[in-house]
Design a protein around this ligand. Structure first.
Ligand code: ZN
Length: 284
C-alpha cells in the first residue's frame, strides 16, 4: 500500500472569477487556454484542477458550454489523469440552476461547495442559502461528486457539521479553508490553527487544504505544509509570484508549492494518491 501520510495534494485554481487579462495577461480565460494551463500544471505536480470558466467577454459566468469544452479538451489529453473539480459558484449573484448544471451533467470527481453566505469583499452578498446547500449536497451525492467544502469563516465549518448530521453531505468531508477574503476570516497562522481545530471538533476525520489570498498566500502555504494540510495555489487567489511581480503562469505556483512540500520532507501527491486520500468515487 502506498504511504499516504506524507503526501500533500496540490490543487491548482488557474482562473477563478476575478482576474482579467488587464490585471495580468498571463491568466488563462478561454477553454483552450485553461485546458493547456491545467495540463502543464499537472506535469508540474498538481493533482486537482479547480475550474472556473468565463463568458465571451471574460466575465465570471456559469456558461455550460465553456465548462463542457474545457473538460473535453482536458480529457482529450489522454496521459493527463488530473482530478477535475468544477466550481459551483462561478462568481457571485449567479443563478442556482446555472451553478448546478456543469457538475450535474459533466460529473467531475469533485465540485466546490461554498458552505455559507457572506458579505463578499464589502461589496455584495455571496449567497449560499440553506435550501441551496441542501439541494446541492443531495445532487452531488446522487452523482457521486465529492464536495470540496469551501469555508471562508469558522461559522461555515459549523454549517458543514449541521449538513453532515442531517445527511445532506457525507463523511469523510474535505475542507478548503479560504482565508483572507474580505468578509471572511483573516489569513494568519493563528487563524489557520483555529480553523483546523474547529474542523476536527465539528467533523473529526475530515481532510483539509488551505490557501490565503493575495499577500497572505505564502504564510498560509508554509503554515499549511507544516501543519499537515493540503494546499491550493493559482491565479484565482493570487496573481503575483512575489511582491510587485506578476506570475508568468500558474505552473510557477505549482512548481514552488511542490518544492516547499519536498523541502519539508513530503511529496506532492499524484492524482491517484489524491483519489485515495480523499476517497473519491471510482469513475469508469
Ligand atoms: Zn473557485
Amino acid at each position: 500500500m502506498t504511504e499516504l501520510k506524507n503526501k500533500r495534494i496540490i490543487t491548482v485554481a488557474t482562473t477563478g472569477a476575478w482576474p482579467t487579462k488587464e490585471n495580468t495577461p498571463n491568466v488563462p480565460i478561454e477553454p483552450a487556454e485553461i485546458a493547456e494551463e491545467i495540463y502543464n500544471c499537472w506535469k508540474a505536480g498538481a493533482a486537482i484542477a479547480h475550474i472556473h470558466c468565463r463568458d465571451d467577454k471574460g466575465k465570471a459566468a456559469m456558461v455550460f458550454e465553456k465548462f463542457e469544452e474545457t473538460v473535453r479538451l482536458l480529457k482529450s489529453r489522454k496521459d493527463c489523469d488530473i482530478v477535475i473539480n468544477l466550481t459551483t459558484s462561478g462568481g457571485v449573484n449567479l443563478l442556482e440552476e446555472d451553478r448546478i448544471r456543469p457538475f450535474y451533467e459533466l460529473v467531475p470527481e469533485m465540485a466546490s461547495y461554498d458552505c455559507g453566505t457572506m458579505n463578499w469583499q464589502n461589496t455584495t452578498v455571496f449567497e449560499n442559502n440553506p435550501k441551496f446547500l441542501e439541494k446541492l449536497g443531495l445532487l452531488m451525492q446522487e452523482k457521486g461528486v465529492k464536495p470540496e467544502i469551501e469555508v471562508f469563516d469558522p461559522g461555515m465549518i459549523y454549517n458543514a457539521g449541521y449538513l453532515l448530521k442531517k445527511g445532506f453531505i457525507k463523511a469523510p468531508l474535505h475542507f478548503q479553508f479560504c482565508m483572507g477574503v474580505p468578509g471572511g476570516i483573516g489569513a494568519s497562522t493563528k487563524n489557520l490553527v483555529f480553523m483546523r481545530d474547529t474542523m476536527e471538533e465539528v467533523a473529526p476525520g475530515s481532510t483539509w487544504s488551505a490557501f490565503g489570498v493575495g499577500a497572505s498566500a505564502m504564510e498560509i502555504l508554509y503554515a499549511t505544509v507544516a501543519m499537515g494540510g493540503h494546499v491550493r495555489v493559482g491565479m484565482e487567489d493570487n496573481i503575483y509570484y512575489r511582491k510587485g511581480v506578476l506570475a508568468d503562469s500558474n505552473v510557477q505556483f505549482v512548481a514552488r508549492a511542490k518544492r516547499i512540500i519536498e523541502e519539508f520532507g513530503c511529496d506532492a501527491a499524484t492524482p491517484d494518491e489524491a483519489r485515495e486520500i480523499l476517497r473519491l468515487s471510482p469513475r469508469t
